[in-house]
Design a protein around this ligand. Structure first.
Ligand SMILES: *Cc1c(COP(=O)(O)O)cnc(C)c1O
Ligand code: SF4
Length: 464
């Protein structure tokens, strides 16, 4: 069995790609909107709206997404079109008008840039206190850039060469990193810093390389971060996770791209050396799994012994439909992918356009779960990645005549909070944790005092 798997991985790329056309990677950004020929079917007014939105929120799309994932006969409703192209509603009307007016008047670049920065700063660029509360400090108390350590077992690393993506998602919660404001970047190019940090933190079992998308990096850069994990001082790091949307946006990264073969060998070496290697694949819609290239890339990654786990947010205009999730999870299982998380859309960027009330999110999750077999029921959610932790909506119930949300922490800043049910007053419109109130007339959440104390402690260190 084992030998079989490895023989498969050693097969040359062409055995996975022989039926696929070799494609160059071609990408378009806000500047190139008029060069995307597929957009010629839209009206000039629609293209103007796109340009206005793309001046505030990041925009980047590649030819594979345009040609193979979007059904242009179904535009603007097509889910992948909504996922990758700016829509007017992604800015609230007063933000949209403010920028549109300046663009129409052709004001100086400096005036326009100032207005764009002002709008961006109103879009909660750093949700969930990422900057202040998750960045570790060294012995001198200086912040260690590019590392987040929020949950005991798992360290997130943001390599500086991976701070972009093959395409951008219009709902991205990391959008602030892509719009060029250096203060908002949380990247590091220091492999040494990462390795020193991990070597001195024996409680960490998982390293999660994230971005942007680390798969935009050259394989040799990725190897420089990951290969040292095979040394004995990193025996405690049992799992290497790589967060990516490349399986959706550019599956050729794993097939015929320049250093795809080296990447496959790297994954294989890490697996052979005894690490659990997990590709944390971001998926929003089954259409992303529905191309020959996507399926060939999945097969090739699986042939290395790496596991693919799937996660992604629930979004209005894209996947707020139980049938879409049921098919997504079913197709994933069929292809050997493990469904992992369904997230609630975070409170940042274009959230007003994409958000789904928590009550509705739970109903969608439940209806989708009812349609799939046990092997597809490994997806937890809907889950909010909030500052205290990942809070899952377990359900809606009625207790002593009061309608409540039943909640639990899947992951928490304090391991002791994990898996204890707690209750919020039911609110059909709430879309995030901060809209919820404790049920039964209680003044505070069971974890609140400890959370506030932790926060004070971390913030005190920031301002020392
Ligand atoms: C989700 C998440 C992780 C990983 O948590 P697991 O439950 O181990 O998948 C790590 N760090 C942060 C900040 C996260 O949001
Ligand atoms: S792939 Fe991930 S990081 Fe990149 S734009 Fe999409 S959500 Fe953001």
């Amino acid at each position: 069995m084992q030998a079989n798997v490895h023989n498969l991985a050693r097969q040359p790329a062409h055995s996975f790609t022989q039926h696929l056309e070799r494609r160059p990677f071609r990408v378009y950004t806000a500047r190139d909107i008029d060069q995307i020929s597929a957009l010629s079917r839209l009206s000039p007014a629609q293209r103007f709206d796109m340009k206005v939105v793309a001046s505030v929120l990041p925009f980047r799309v590649n030819q594979y997404v345009i040609d193979e994932l979007i059904d242009w006969d179904n535009v603007p409703d097509d889910p992948i079109f909504q996922l990758s192209f700016p829509q007017r509603g992604m800015l609230v009307p007063n933000h949209f008008e403010r920028i549109a007016e300046l663009v129409r008047r052709k004001v100086d670049k400096s005036v326009l840039d100032g207005a764009i920065d002002a709008v961006r700063s109103e879009l909660n660029p750093h949700p969930a206190d990422q900057m202040e509360m998750n960045m570790p400090r060294d012995a001198e108390g200086d912040r260690i850039d590019g590392i987040q350590h929020k949950y005991r077992e798992t360290v997130l690393f943001f390599p500086s060469q991976g701070q972009t993506c093959h395409s951008y998602c219009s709902f991205c919660f990391r959008w602030a990193q892509f719009v060029g404001d250096k203060d908002l970047r949380i990247a590091s190019s220091e492999a040494d810093t990462l390795h020193a940090y991990l070597a001195s933190h024996g409680e960490v079992s998982d390293l999660l390389i994230t971005g942007g998308d680390p798969m935009v990096m050259k394989t040799r850069h990725l190897a420089a971060y990951l290969e040292p994990m095979l040394k004995p001082e990193f025996d405690h790091i049992q799992t290497l996770r790589i967060g990516t949307k490349a399986l959706s946006f550019w599956p050729h990264r794993f097939l015929g791209a320049d250093d795809a073969d080296e990447l496959i060998r790297l994954l294989e070496r890490l697996v052979e050396a005894g690490k659990h290697v997990a590709i944390m694949a971001h998926y929003n819609h089954w259409k992303e799994l529905d191309t020959d290239a996507a399926r060939a890339a999945i097969r090739r990654i699986r042939s290395t012994g790496a596991l693919i786990r799937a996660q992604g947010p629930l979004l209005a205009h894209i996947n707020d439909d139980p049938a879409v999730w049921a098919r997504l999870w079913r197709d994933q299982v069929r292809l050997g992918i493990v469904p992992y998380y369904m997230f609630a859309e975070r409170d940042t960027g274009a959230r007003a356009y994409f958000e789904v009330p928590l009550a509705r999110a739970w109903a969608i999750y439940r209806e989708a779960m009812q349609q799939v077999s046990g092997l597809a029921r490994t997806a937890r959610g809907p889950s909010m990645s909030a500052s205290p932790g990942k809070v899952e909506i377990q359900g809606v119930s009625e207790i002593n005549g009061e309608k409540v949300f039943v909640l639990r922490f899947i992951q928490a800043r304090k391991p002791d909070w994990v898996q204890r049910p707690f209750f919020a007053r039911y609110d059909p419109n709430a879309t995030w944790l901060n809209h919820l109130e404790p049920a039964f007339g209680e003044k505070a959440w069971f974890w609140e005092d400890e959370y506030l104390a932790l926060r004070d402690e971390k913030l005190a260190r920031v301002f020392d």
